[in-house]
Each structure stands twice: as C-alpha cells, then as structure tokens.
Write a protein that binds this ligand. Sequence first.
Ligand code: NAP
Length: 247
Amino acid sequence: MKVVLITGGSRGIGAATAKKLAQQGYAVAINFKSNHHAAHQVQKDIIEAGGKAQCFQADISEEVQVVELFQAVQTHFGPVTHLVNNAGALTKQMRVEEMTAERINWMLMQNVTPYFICAREAIKQMRQSNLVKQCAIVNVSSAASYLGGANEYVDYAASKGAIDSFTKGLSLELAAEGIRVNGVRPGCIYTDIHADGGEPNRVDRVAELLPLKRGGTSEEVANAIVWLLSSEASYATGTFIDLAGGK
Ligand code: NAP
C-alpha cells in the first residue's frame, strides 16, 4: 500500500494535497501541530469520500516528536512510501537590519531542520517497503528562494534556498535506489500563512504585480505535488516545479 505522510496536512497546501492523494488511493497520514479541528476535518472529508486517512499530532521542529510521529504512522498504516515535506512557518515582516539571531534561528528550526529529520525517518521506512522503487519525496520550497523576500522576510527566503540545495543533494544520495526527491516552489498562494507574516491580505496586494495577475490556490500547488510523487514523473528527480504565476 502507498502510504504518504504530509507534514502540515491540516490546512492550506498540505490539506489540498492530502485530499488529492487520497483520491489517488494513497493512505494519508495528516500531520498537524495544534489545529486539531482543521486536521480532523480533512480526515473526515477524505473518509467520507471513500479514502483512507488518519491525523497525527506532532511539532516537527522537535526531533523526538518526528521520530515518534513516524513510528506512529508505521504502526497505523505500515511503512511510509511517500513524504510531502510541507509544514513551514512565517513570522512578522521586517528588513534584515532589524533581525535578531533568535528570529533567524527560529526560522531555520521551523523550515529547514524538520525537512532533513522527516526525510531521514522516511528513508528508513521506504527501504523496508516492498515499493522502494516507487518511493518519492516532495519538498515544498518557495519562489522566495530565488526572489529573495526583500523587505519582508529574507530569512524565510534563505530557509527555502536551503531546501532547494537539500532537494538537489538528497536526490543524488537516493537516486541509485530509485527513490526520487523533487521540489515545488509556490509563489503567492491564498492560505493562512500570510496572516502569520502580519499581512493577511498580502496575496491580493501583490496579485496585480504577477504576470498572471492573480494569486494561486492550494489546489494548483497540490496538482504538481501529486504529479511529482506519481509514477507519471518516474524520470524526474532533483528538479523543481515553479507555481508562481510567472514570477
Ligand atoms: P498554512 O496554511 O499556514 O498551513 C501550515 C500548516 O503547517 C498547518 O497544517 C500547520 O499545522 C502546519 N505546521 C506549521 N508548523 C508546524 C510544525 N512545527 N509541526 C507540524 N505542523 C506544522 O501554510 P501554507 O501556506 O499551506 O504553507 C505550506 C508550505 O508552503 C510551507 O512550507 C510554506 O512555506 C510554503 N509556501 C507557501 C506559500 C503561500 O503563499 N501560501 C508560498 C510559498 C511557499 P496547524 O494547522 O496545526 O497549525
């Protein structure tokens, strides 16, 4: 059985991805940090549509909790065969000259270290699976990694730049085993994350500046994630799909 773990599967891009992967027949492990209601709503929607899903609470910025999360998913569904490293965080917009080491380290602990630790735990289970040649990881990076996030969150942009390097490097470490690792780089997508950055209507503000003249949806990002995980993308590894309205 194909078992996918989606970090941050309770809301936004992760929730849209969870629902689409369930439609494709994956058993879906929905990780979330604290929003029980949102996570259980995604689980309910999937089960009512005839799919398989289970919620797993864990703060993935804590290594011990990641290890326990993967153990719990394996006990429930069997070995993880697919991973969507998706959970990420933003905080208040500011310029680099205002940033403290505490803030920068927080950003890296939210957006970089968990992707490594989740991949590490996933790889162990993928090797135990009889589907190892079909196993795949998608890392949710950001267009900010190449745009830079100036005047808003260069630290966040740099954390996503690290994810691009991580994607390339890990893909090369795993290619000979047939485990594929790719990334998506969303631009301005309508989700709650912009409120965490202090500007809930950010997507509407920048929409006119984008070549396609609109923000994107979680479903548009999820479509690319689902494809990269699938056997349709069997010759793609170490690469990226940009979903940024032309930016
Ligand atoms: P979102 O709507 O704010 O949802 C964030 C999700 O991550 C929630 O499910 C949240 O769980 C979970 N989460 C956050 N920190 C966590 C932690 N430490 N442990 C476990 N779960 C955690 O975010 P989104 O916009 O869908 O973003 C998803 C990914 O896309 C992120 O990596 C983000 O950087 C990237 N991205 C987003 C955009 C955009 O415009 N939205 C653009 C580029 C890249 P709870 O529900 O429990 O809080």
